[in-house]
Design a protein around this ligand. Sequence first.
Ligand code: SF4
Length: 452
Amino acid sequence: MTSATRPYQSYVYAYPHKTAYRPLAAHHAGRPLLRDLWAAERKDALSLYLHIPFCEVRCGFCNLFTRIGAPDELTTRYLDALDRQASAVRDALGDDGPVRFSAAAFGGGTPTFLTAGELERLCDIAEKRMGADLRSVPLSVETSPSTATADRLAVLADRGTTRISIGVQSFVDAEARAAVRPQHRSEVEAALGRIRDARIPVLNIDLIYGIDGQTEKTWRTSLDAALAWRPEELYLYPLYVRPLTGLGRQGTAAGTADGPDAAWDEQRLRLYRAGREHLLGQGYEQVSMRMFRRADAPHAGPDDYACQTDGMIGLGCGARSYTSSLHYSFDYAVEMREIRGIIDGFTATEDFSRAEVGRYVDGDEARRRHVLQSLLQAGGLRSEEYRERFGSDPRADFTDELDLVAGRGWLDTSAPPGLLRLSPEGLAHSDALGPELFSPAVRAAMAAYEQK
Ligand code: SF4
Protein backbone atom coordinates (compact mmCIF):
# COMPACT_ATOMS: atom_id res chain seq x y z
CA MET A 1 0.00 0.00 0.00
CA THR A 2 1.47 3.41 -0.86
CA SER A 3 1.36 6.16 1.72
CA ALA A 4 -1.19 7.98 -0.43
CA THR A 5 -3.74 5.25 0.05
CA ARG A 6 -3.11 4.34 3.67
CA PRO A 7 -6.55 4.90 5.10
CA TYR A 8 -5.76 6.64 8.39
CA GLN A 9 -3.69 9.76 7.83
CA SER A 10 -5.61 12.34 9.82
CA TYR A 11 -9.08 13.44 10.76
CA VAL A 12 -10.07 16.65 9.02
CA TYR A 13 -12.50 18.30 11.41
CA ALA A 14 -11.47 21.82 10.57
CA TYR A 15 -9.53 23.27 7.68
CA PRO A 16 -6.96 24.70 7.90
CA HIS A 17 -5.71 22.71 10.89
CA LYS A 18 -4.50 24.65 13.92
CA THR A 19 -0.94 23.55 13.27
CA ALA A 20 -1.08 25.83 10.21
CA TYR A 21 -1.85 28.83 12.45
CA ARG A 22 0.97 31.20 13.40
CA PRO A 23 1.40 34.02 15.91
CA LEU A 24 -0.19 37.02 14.25
CA ALA A 25 2.31 39.40 15.82
CA ALA A 26 4.76 38.13 13.18
CA HIS A 27 2.33 38.95 10.35
CA HIS A 28 2.79 42.30 8.60
CA ALA A 29 -0.69 43.36 9.78
CA GLY A 30 0.20 42.48 13.39
CA ARG A 31 -2.36 41.26 15.90
CA PRO A 32 -5.63 42.60 14.51
CA LEU A 33 -8.24 44.20 16.73
CA LEU A 34 -11.33 41.98 16.96
CA ARG A 35 -13.42 45.08 16.38
CA ASP A 36 -11.81 45.59 12.96
CA LEU A 37 -11.92 41.90 12.10
CA TRP A 38 -15.64 41.63 12.71
CA ALA A 39 -16.69 45.07 11.42
CA ALA A 40 -17.76 43.96 7.93
CA GLU A 41 -18.89 40.42 8.82
CA ARG A 42 -22.45 39.12 8.88
CA LYS A 43 -23.29 38.57 12.50
CA ASP A 44 -26.93 37.52 12.48
CA ALA A 45 -26.37 33.72 12.49
CA LEU A 46 -23.17 33.13 14.40
CA SER A 47 -22.12 29.93 16.13
CA LEU A 48 -20.86 30.15 19.69
CA TYR A 49 -18.37 27.67 21.11
CA LEU A 50 -17.14 27.64 24.71
CA HIS A 51 -14.09 25.54 25.44
CA ILE A 52 -13.53 23.95 28.85
CA PRO A 53 -10.01 22.48 28.91
CA PHE A 54 -10.31 20.15 31.91
CA CYS A 55 -10.70 16.38 32.22
CA GLU A 56 -10.62 13.95 35.11
CA VAL A 57 -8.25 11.62 33.29
CA ARG A 58 -6.28 11.94 30.10
CA CYS A 59 -7.39 9.29 27.63
CA GLY A 60 -4.48 7.60 25.93
CA PHE A 61 -5.70 8.36 22.43
CA CYS A 62 -6.57 12.00 23.05
CA ASN A 63 -4.78 14.89 21.38
CA LEU A 64 -7.34 17.52 22.33
CA PHE A 65 -6.41 20.65 24.19
CA THR A 66 -7.11 19.67 27.79
CA ARG A 67 -5.45 19.10 31.16
CA ILE A 68 -6.09 16.69 34.02
CA GLY A 69 -7.68 18.24 37.07
CA ALA A 70 -7.89 21.87 38.07
CA PRO A 71 -5.96 22.64 41.26
CA ASP A 72 -6.23 25.83 43.32
CA GLU A 73 -9.56 27.16 42.11
CA LEU A 74 -8.34 27.00 38.54
CA THR A 75 -11.88 26.50 37.21
CA THR A 76 -12.97 29.73 38.97
CA ARG A 77 -10.07 31.65 37.49
CA TYR A 78 -10.78 30.10 34.12
CA LEU A 79 -14.44 31.13 34.23
CA ASP A 80 -13.42 34.62 35.36
CA ALA A 81 -11.18 34.87 32.29
CA LEU A 82 -13.92 33.48 30.05
CA ASP A 83 -16.22 36.14 31.42
CA ARG A 84 -13.70 38.90 30.62
CA GLN A 85 -13.11 37.46 27.18
CA ALA A 86 -16.85 37.24 26.47
CA SER A 87 -17.34 40.89 27.43
CA ALA A 88 -14.46 41.98 25.22
CA VAL A 89 -15.63 39.92 22.26
CA ARG A 90 -19.25 41.07 22.56
CA ASP A 91 -18.00 44.68 22.62
CA ALA A 92 -15.94 44.01 19.52
CA LEU A 93 -18.98 42.68 17.65
CA GLY A 94 -20.59 46.10 18.07
CA ASP A 95 -24.23 47.05 17.82
CA ASP A 96 -24.45 48.54 14.35
CA GLY A 97 -26.28 45.55 12.96
CA PRO A 98 -28.04 42.55 14.45
CA VAL A 99 -25.80 40.20 16.45
CA ARG A 100 -27.46 36.82 16.89
CA PHE A 101 -26.34 33.31 17.65
CA SER A 102 -28.04 30.43 15.86
CA ALA A 103 -26.19 27.57 17.55
CA ALA A 104 -24.10 27.03 20.66
CA ALA A 105 -21.83 24.30 21.97
CA PHE A 106 -19.77 23.60 25.08
CA GLY A 107 -16.82 21.38 24.32
CA GLY A 108 -13.51 20.39 25.74
CA GLY A 109 -11.97 18.71 27.43
CA THR A 110 -15.02 17.80 29.44
CA PRO A 111 -17.42 20.71 30.08
CA THR A 112 -19.10 18.65 32.81
CA PHE A 113 -15.82 18.62 34.70
CA LEU A 114 -17.35 21.88 35.97
CA THR A 115 -19.74 21.61 38.92
CA ALA A 116 -23.47 22.25 38.50
CA GLY A 117 -23.00 25.76 39.88
CA GLU A 118 -20.12 26.43 37.50
CA LEU A 119 -22.21 25.19 34.57
CA GLU A 120 -24.88 27.74 35.55
CA ARG A 121 -22.20 30.37 35.36
CA LEU A 122 -21.02 29.10 31.99
CA CYS A 123 -24.58 29.41 30.64
CA ASP A 124 -24.83 32.89 32.13
CA ILE A 125 -21.66 33.91 30.30
CA ALA A 126 -23.13 32.66 27.02
CA GLU A 127 -26.45 34.38 27.64
CA LYS A 128 -25.72 37.55 29.58
CA ARG A 129 -22.33 38.43 28.20
CA MET A 130 -22.67 37.17 24.64
CA GLY A 131 -26.43 37.53 24.21
CA ALA A 132 -27.00 33.94 23.04
CA ASP A 133 -30.55 32.77 23.69
CA LEU A 134 -29.61 29.24 24.72
CA ARG A 135 -33.17 28.01 25.14
CA SER A 136 -34.13 28.85 21.59
CA VAL A 137 -31.12 27.55 19.65
CA PRO A 138 -29.48 24.12 19.37
CA LEU A 139 -27.08 23.70 22.31
CA SER A 140 -24.69 20.78 22.27
CA VAL A 141 -22.63 19.72 25.31
CA GLU A 142 -19.92 17.08 25.68
CA THR A 143 -19.75 14.89 28.76
CA SER A 144 -18.08 11.77 30.16
CA PRO A 145 -19.48 8.83 32.15
CA SER A 146 -18.18 9.91 35.54
CA THR A 147 -19.08 13.59 35.22
CA ALA A 148 -22.58 13.11 33.76
CA THR A 149 -24.16 13.48 37.21
CA ALA A 150 -27.84 14.16 37.80
CA ASP A 151 -27.31 17.67 39.20
CA ARG A 152 -25.17 18.77 36.25
CA LEU A 153 -27.54 17.23 33.70
CA ALA A 154 -30.48 18.98 35.39
CA VAL A 155 -28.76 22.35 34.94
CA LEU A 156 -27.92 21.60 31.33
CA ALA A 157 -31.43 20.40 30.50
CA ASP A 158 -32.98 23.41 32.22
CA ARG A 159 -30.71 25.84 30.36
CA GLY A 160 -31.74 24.46 26.99
CA THR A 161 -29.31 21.70 26.04
CA THR A 162 -30.66 19.91 22.98
CA ARG A 163 -27.81 17.47 22.43
CA ILE A 164 -25.51 15.69 24.81
CA SER A 165 -22.51 13.80 23.54
CA ILE A 166 -20.82 11.21 25.72
CA GLY A 167 -17.44 9.64 25.08
CA VAL A 168 -17.84 5.97 25.94
CA GLN A 169 -15.26 4.56 23.49
CA SER A 170 -15.89 0.93 24.48
CA PHE A 171 -18.38 -0.98 26.61
CA VAL A 172 -15.78 -3.69 27.11
CA ASP A 173 -13.80 -2.94 30.27
CA ALA A 174 -10.54 -4.48 29.05
CA GLU A 175 -10.68 -2.37 25.88
CA ALA A 176 -11.38 0.76 27.88
CA ARG A 177 -8.24 -0.01 29.87
CA ALA A 178 -6.24 -0.64 26.70
CA ALA A 179 -7.23 2.78 25.37
CA VAL A 180 -6.05 4.23 28.71
CA ARG A 181 -9.45 5.15 30.00
CA PRO A 182 -10.21 2.96 32.97
CA GLN A 183 -13.95 2.69 33.44
CA HIS A 184 -16.53 0.04 34.19
CA ARG A 185 -19.43 -0.75 31.97
CA SER A 186 -21.80 -0.45 34.93
CA GLU A 187 -20.73 3.20 35.41
CA VAL A 188 -21.24 3.88 31.73
CA GLU A 189 -24.71 2.33 31.74
CA ALA A 190 -25.65 4.32 34.85
CA ALA A 191 -24.51 7.56 33.18
CA LEU A 192 -26.56 6.78 30.07
CA GLY A 193 -29.57 6.16 32.30
CA ARG A 194 -29.12 9.57 33.96
CA ILE A 195 -28.81 11.24 30.56
CA ARG A 196 -32.03 9.64 29.32
CA ASP A 197 -33.74 10.65 32.59
CA ALA A 198 -32.71 14.25 31.94
CA ARG A 199 -34.75 14.14 28.70
CA ILE A 200 -32.27 16.00 26.55
CA PRO A 201 -33.60 15.41 23.01
CA VAL A 202 -30.48 14.11 21.29
CA LEU A 203 -28.01 11.64 22.77
CA ASN A 204 -24.77 11.00 20.93
CA ILE A 205 -22.46 8.16 21.92
CA ASP A 206 -18.81 8.11 20.78
CA LEU A 207 -17.21 4.70 20.21
CA ILE A 208 -13.69 3.81 19.08
CA TYR A 209 -12.47 0.97 16.89
CA GLY A 210 -8.96 -0.30 16.40
CA ILE A 211 -8.18 -0.81 20.09
CA ASP A 212 -5.58 -3.45 20.90
CA GLY A 213 -7.35 -6.79 21.32
CA GLN A 214 -10.65 -5.56 19.86
CA THR A 215 -12.33 -8.09 17.56
CA GLU A 216 -15.42 -7.98 15.39
CA LYS A 217 -17.24 -9.76 18.18
CA THR A 218 -16.26 -7.33 20.94
CA TRP A 219 -16.88 -4.40 18.61
CA ARG A 220 -20.38 -5.74 18.06
CA THR A 221 -20.79 -5.97 21.85
CA SER A 222 -20.05 -2.25 22.16
CA LEU A 223 -22.25 -1.33 19.22
CA ASP A 224 -25.18 -3.33 20.59
CA ALA A 225 -24.73 -1.94 24.09
CA ALA A 226 -24.87 1.57 22.61
CA LEU A 227 -27.82 0.69 20.36
CA ALA A 228 -29.79 -0.53 23.38
CA TRP A 229 -30.12 3.16 24.34
CA ARG A 230 -31.46 4.02 20.87
CA PRO A 231 -29.10 7.01 20.66
CA GLU A 232 -30.14 9.60 18.13
CA GLU A 233 -26.51 9.79 16.97
CA LEU A 234 -23.46 7.56 17.07
CA TYR A 235 -19.91 8.54 16.19
CA LEU A 236 -17.53 5.73 15.33
CA TYR A 237 -13.94 6.91 15.58
CA PRO A 238 -10.90 5.03 14.33
CA LEU A 239 -8.23 4.93 17.02
CA TYR A 240 -5.24 7.06 16.23
CA VAL A 241 -2.03 6.83 18.14
CA ARG A 242 -0.31 10.12 17.89
CA PRO A 243 3.03 11.35 19.12
CA LEU A 244 2.86 12.97 22.57
CA THR A 245 -0.43 11.39 23.59
CA GLY A 246 -0.39 8.67 26.27
CA LEU A 247 -0.45 5.74 23.85
CA GLY A 248 2.07 7.44 21.58
CA ARG A 249 4.53 7.65 24.44
CA GLN A 250 4.01 4.03 25.37
CA GLY A 251 4.75 3.15 21.75
CA THR A 252 3.06 -0.22 22.18
CA ALA A 253 -0.62 -1.09 22.05
CA ALA A 254 -1.99 -1.55 18.58
CA GLY A 255 0.95 -0.20 16.63
CA THR A 256 3.77 2.24 16.66
CA ALA A 257 3.24 5.97 16.46
CA ASP A 258 4.70 6.26 13.00
CA GLY A 259 5.60 4.00 10.15
CA PRO A 260 3.14 1.87 8.28
CA ASP A 261 1.17 -0.69 10.19
CA ALA A 262 -0.79 -2.53 7.56
CA ALA A 263 -2.35 -5.02 9.95
CA TRP A 264 -3.72 -2.25 12.12
CA ASP A 265 -5.05 -0.41 9.06
CA GLU A 266 -6.71 -3.61 7.97
CA GLN A 267 -8.25 -4.17 11.43
CA ARG A 268 -9.65 -0.66 11.52
CA LEU A 269 -11.08 -0.88 8.00
CA ARG A 270 -12.67 -4.22 8.81
CA LEU A 271 -14.23 -2.93 12.04
CA TYR A 272 -15.37 0.24 10.30
CA ARG A 273 -17.15 -1.76 7.60
CA ALA A 274 -18.73 -4.10 10.12
CA GLY A 275 -19.87 -1.18 12.26
CA ARG A 276 -21.27 0.76 9.33
CA GLU A 277 -23.15 -2.22 8.01
CA HIS A 278 -24.58 -2.99 11.43
CA LEU A 279 -25.79 0.57 12.01
CA LEU A 280 -27.32 0.84 8.53
CA GLY A 281 -29.20 -2.37 9.28
CA GLN A 282 -30.46 -0.90 12.57
CA GLY A 283 -32.15 2.12 11.01
CA TYR A 284 -29.27 4.58 11.09
CA GLU A 285 -28.12 6.69 8.18
CA GLN A 286 -24.54 7.62 7.54
CA VAL A 287 -23.78 11.33 7.66
CA SER A 288 -20.00 11.09 7.31
CA MET A 289 -17.31 8.49 7.82
CA ARG A 290 -17.71 8.94 11.58
CA MET A 291 -21.25 10.12 12.08
CA PHE A 292 -24.45 8.07 12.00
CA ARG A 293 -27.93 9.40 12.76
CA ARG A 294 -31.04 7.43 13.65
CA ALA A 295 -33.28 7.91 10.63
CA ASP A 296 -36.28 8.94 12.76
CA ALA A 297 -34.34 11.23 15.12
CA PRO A 298 -35.00 14.95 15.50
CA HIS A 299 -32.39 17.24 14.08
CA ALA A 300 -30.99 19.12 17.03
CA GLY A 301 -27.65 20.54 16.18
CA PRO A 302 -25.19 21.27 13.46
CA ASP A 303 -23.65 18.28 11.70
CA ASP A 304 -19.94 17.68 11.40
CA TYR A 305 -20.02 20.42 8.88
CA ALA A 306 -22.46 23.27 8.60
CA CYS A 307 -22.26 26.30 6.37
CA GLN A 308 -22.77 28.71 9.22
CA THR A 309 -19.44 27.66 10.72
CA ASP A 310 -18.11 30.57 8.69
CA GLY A 311 -19.14 32.94 11.44
CA MET A 312 -17.88 31.28 14.60
CA ILE A 313 -17.08 32.82 17.95
CA GLY A 314 -14.93 30.55 20.08
CA LEU A 315 -14.28 31.48 23.70
CA GLY A 316 -11.70 29.84 25.94
CA CYS A 317 -8.06 29.08 25.42
CA GLY A 318 -8.40 26.21 22.95
CA ALA A 319 -11.32 27.54 20.90
CA ARG A 320 -11.14 28.67 17.31
CA SER A 321 -12.99 31.64 15.87
CA TYR A 322 -13.71 32.16 12.19
CA THR A 323 -14.36 35.28 10.21
CA SER A 324 -14.57 35.03 6.43
CA SER A 325 -10.90 35.98 6.12
CA LEU A 326 -9.18 34.88 9.32
CA HIS A 327 -9.28 31.75 11.47
CA TYR A 328 -7.81 32.47 14.88
CA SER A 329 -7.37 31.13 18.39
CA PHE A 330 -5.00 31.16 21.32
CA ASP A 331 -1.78 29.18 21.22
CA TYR A 332 -1.99 25.44 20.64
CA ALA A 333 -0.25 22.44 22.19
CA VAL A 334 -0.68 18.72 22.83
CA GLU A 335 1.98 18.17 25.46
CA MET A 336 0.69 18.53 29.02
CA ARG A 337 3.22 21.00 30.38
CA GLU A 338 2.71 23.32 27.41
CA ILE A 339 -1.05 23.06 27.77
CA ARG A 340 -0.87 23.99 31.45
CA GLY A 341 1.24 27.02 30.61
CA ILE A 342 -1.23 28.17 27.96
CA ILE A 343 -4.20 27.75 30.32
CA ASP A 344 -2.38 29.70 33.03
CA GLY A 345 -1.59 32.39 30.48
CA PHE A 346 -5.23 32.54 29.46
CA THR A 347 -6.48 32.91 33.04
CA ALA A 348 -4.05 35.80 33.61
CA THR A 349 -5.08 37.64 30.43
CA GLU A 350 -6.79 41.00 30.90
CA ASP A 351 -6.76 42.28 27.33
CA PHE A 352 -8.82 40.13 24.97
CA SER A 353 -9.25 42.77 22.28
CA ARG A 354 -6.98 41.23 19.64
CA ALA A 355 -6.55 37.97 17.74
CA GLU A 356 -3.32 36.24 18.82
CA VAL A 357 -2.67 33.20 16.65
CA GLY A 358 -4.27 32.40 13.33
CA ARG A 359 -4.23 31.99 9.61
CA TYR A 360 -5.65 34.19 6.89
CA VAL A 361 -7.93 32.25 4.58
CA ASP A 362 -8.00 33.64 1.06
CA GLY A 363 -10.45 32.93 -1.77
CA ASP A 364 -8.74 29.74 -2.92
CA GLU A 365 -8.62 28.37 0.63
CA ALA A 366 -12.29 29.18 1.19
CA ARG A 367 -13.20 27.22 -1.95
CA ARG A 368 -10.96 24.38 -0.95
CA ARG A 369 -12.48 24.30 2.49
CA HIS A 370 -15.97 24.13 1.03
CA VAL A 371 -14.99 21.26 -1.30
CA LEU A 372 -13.20 19.39 1.45
CA GLN A 373 -15.89 19.72 4.07
CA SER A 374 -18.81 18.89 1.79
CA LEU A 375 -17.08 16.06 -0.06
CA LEU A 376 -16.32 14.36 3.25
CA GLN A 377 -20.04 14.30 4.08
CA ALA A 378 -22.08 11.37 2.83
CA GLY A 379 -24.46 13.90 1.20
CA GLY A 380 -21.66 15.13 -1.05
CA LEU A 381 -20.83 18.37 -2.81
CA ARG A 382 -23.52 20.12 -4.84
CA SER A 383 -22.06 22.04 -7.76
CA GLU A 384 -25.03 24.41 -7.66
CA GLU A 385 -24.37 25.42 -4.05
CA TYR A 386 -20.70 25.90 -4.79
CA ARG A 387 -21.53 28.00 -7.85
CA GLU A 388 -23.90 30.18 -5.84
CA ARG A 389 -21.24 30.82 -3.26
CA PHE A 390 -18.16 31.20 -5.44
CA GLY A 391 -19.45 31.80 -8.97
CA SER A 392 -17.53 28.92 -10.54
CA ASP A 393 -17.62 25.16 -10.98
CA PRO A 394 -15.80 22.94 -8.47
CA ARG A 395 -14.71 20.58 -11.24
CA ALA A 396 -13.00 23.45 -13.03
CA ASP A 397 -11.43 24.85 -9.84
CA PHE A 398 -10.16 21.51 -8.52
CA THR A 399 -9.71 19.37 -11.63
CA ASP A 400 -6.54 17.59 -10.49
CA GLU A 401 -7.83 16.84 -7.03
CA LEU A 402 -11.17 15.51 -8.24
CA ASP A 403 -9.52 13.45 -10.99
CA LEU A 404 -7.40 11.84 -8.33
CA VAL A 405 -10.46 10.98 -6.25
CA ALA A 406 -12.25 9.56 -9.30
CA GLY A 407 -9.13 7.66 -10.36
CA ARG A 408 -9.12 5.79 -7.08
CA GLY A 409 -12.72 4.76 -7.57
CA TRP A 410 -13.73 6.89 -4.60
CA LEU A 411 -16.49 8.85 -6.39
CA ASP A 412 -20.01 7.45 -6.59
CA THR A 413 -20.60 7.09 -10.33
CA SER A 414 -24.33 6.65 -9.80
CA ALA A 415 -24.77 10.12 -8.23
CA PRO A 416 -27.10 12.45 -10.15
CA PRO A 417 -25.53 15.15 -12.35
CA GLY A 418 -24.26 18.12 -10.37
CA LEU A 419 -23.58 16.04 -7.27
CA LEU A 420 -20.07 14.93 -6.34
CA ARG A 421 -20.47 12.19 -3.80
CA LEU A 422 -18.00 9.70 -2.37
CA SER A 423 -18.54 6.01 -2.96
CA PRO A 424 -18.69 3.81 0.18
CA GLU A 425 -15.00 3.04 -0.42
CA GLY A 426 -14.25 6.75 -0.75
CA LEU A 427 -16.07 7.48 2.50
CA ALA A 428 -14.11 4.70 4.23
CA HIS A 429 -10.94 6.47 3.09
CA SER A 430 -12.02 9.96 4.25
CA ASP A 431 -8.96 10.27 6.47
CA ALA A 432 -6.64 9.58 3.55
CA LEU A 433 -8.53 11.78 1.13
CA GLY A 434 -8.95 14.83 3.38
CA PRO A 435 -5.24 15.60 3.84
CA GLU A 436 -4.64 15.13 0.11
CA LEU A 437 -6.98 18.01 -0.58
CA PHE A 438 -5.03 20.46 1.57
CA SER A 439 -3.35 23.29 -0.34
CA PRO A 440 0.43 23.14 -0.72
CA ALA A 441 0.73 26.24 1.50
CA VAL A 442 -1.28 24.72 4.35
CA ARG A 443 0.58 21.46 4.01
CA ALA A 444 3.92 23.26 4.24
CA ALA A 445 2.82 25.24 7.30
CA MET A 446 1.62 22.06 9.03
CA ALA A 447 4.88 20.28 8.22
CA ALA A 448 6.89 23.20 9.60
CA TYR A 449 4.89 23.29 12.83
CA GLU A 450 6.98 22.32 15.78
CA GLN A 451 5.11 19.73 17.81
CA LYS A 452 4.85 20.79 21.42
S1 SF4 B 1 -10.94 12.09 25.02
FE1 SF4 B 1 -12.30 13.57 26.01
S2 SF4 B 1 -12.39 12.91 28.15
FE2 SF4 B 1 -10.60 11.90 27.25
S3 SF4 B 1 -8.88 13.28 27.71
FE3 SF4 B 1 -9.65 13.81 25.67
S4 SF4 B 1 -11.10 15.48 26.01
FE4 SF4 B 1 -10.78 14.46 28.00
